[in-house]
Design a protein. Structure first.
Length: 279
């Protein structure tokens, strides 16, 4: 059985009310994936003060959008996708939705389980997806509080897996580094495409052609990496002929001031910022 079929079956088996707080880009991507994956639309409540046209269209298919206070009742699962900077205010408004047995799944960067539990209550799963969730190719890392039961973890896994792969860890302190690597990582890849195109222009290519070449090269290489069982280092070596053009470029990229130390500093900066967001 494929993972997509398994996830669809898991989504279809979820019972009770699921509330989504925050339906921006990531929350909206999750909502779309749940509904297309088989989650019953009438089980979903969406809380979003400024819904986009896409969210309004999804709400028209069955989910309840912004029900009046007190009308949603206690929910079985609450997924929090608000900005971490606004969580303390938003969390107080969400608390009436949460009962002692409510599963709370947070995708907020930097916000620890203890703080989420203090502000909202519930049995908390902290997760970090990334933007490729929008096309079902995301990667999410999750960690559960000790009071999260096996059935609740299954529900959380199904909701998160609807947008791509899921990895579970036991050590919450790793989540800041996870955020820096995979949560923020797509931006690094997009920057690579951007700067590769800029370098092509500097080498004499027309801007439109350089942009197309860089975009398709990054996208195609990513797909090859996705499909191949070979390590990324092996794939790199397979492209690199001794003394050739790729080797000349890699001498720069892998030199003392090259990509590795630069990415190490970038990931360290993002990790620090994730910790700062915890307040």
């Amino acid at each position: 059985m494929s993972s997509s079929v398994a996830t669809a079956q898991q989504l279809g088996q979820i019972t009770g009310t699921i509330a989504l707080a925050g339906a921006g880009k990531m929350g909206g991507a999750m909502l779309s994936s749940w509904l297309s994956g088989g989650l019953a639309a009438n089980r979903v409540v969406v809380i979003e003060p400024h819904p986009s046209q896409e969210i309004l269209a999804l709400a028209a298919t069955g989910p309840r959008l912004n029900p009046p206070p007190g009308h949603a009742g206690a929910v079985d699962t609450l997924v929090i996708a608000v900005k971490p900077q606004s969580f303390r205010e938003a969390g107080a408004a969400l608390k009436p939705l949460i009962g002692p047995a409510t599963l709370v799944v947070s995708i907020m960067a930097g916000m620890p389980i203890a703080t989420i539990g203090e502000i909202c209550g519930g049995a908390v799963v902290r997760a970090m997806p990334n933007t490729a969730a929008a096309i079902g190719r995301g990667i999410t890392v999750a960690v559960a509080a000790p009071d999260v039961g096996a059935a609740q973890r299954t529900v959380a896994d199904a909701l998160l897996r609807a947008t791509g792969a899921v990895e579970w860890i036991d050590d919450e302190t790793l989540m800041d580094a996870v955020t820096a690597v995979s949560g923020s990582g797509p931006a690094y890849v997009f920057l690579l495409a951007e700067e590769l195109a800029r370098a092509g222009v500097e080498a004499g290519l027309p801007a439109e052609l350089a942009t197309r070449l860089a975009r398709e090269t990054v996208a195609g290489s990513g797909e090859l990496l996705h499909r191949s069982e070979l390590a990324s280092a092996t794939l790199r070596q397979n492209v690199t002929s001794p003394g050739g053009t790729t080797a000349a470029a890699l001498d720069v990229l892998m030199g003392p001031n090259g990509l590795q130390p630069l990415l190490t500093r970038a990931v360290a900066a993002a990790t620090r910022r994730s910790r700062e967001l915890a307040g």
